[in-house]
Design a protein around this ligand. Structure first.
Ligand SMILES: [Zn+2]
Length: 63
């Protein structure tokens, strides 16, 4: 099961930026490896990540 394929698309250069959901939850900023654009995560985005993590946990329990 590919559960570690989290990523943003850079707003500036469209590079795919991988990140760890845990980093977002602790407030870490994401940096584009290509153009060094810093992406700050809005609270709405954080709640989406939390929801996604909760769903993944549920799936793990079912298997
Ligand atoms: Zn970029």
């Amino acid at each position: 099961m590919p559960t570690s394929s989290y990523g943003f698309t850079c707003l500036d250069c469209s590079t795919s930026i991988p990140f760890e959901p845990k980093d977002l939850l602790s407030g870490t900023k994401v940096l584009c490896p290509n153009c060094m654009l810093k992406l700050s995560i809005a609270r709405d985005a954080k709640s989406i990540v939390e929801e996604t993590l909760a769903k993944l946990e549920e799936l793990k329990k079912k298997q």
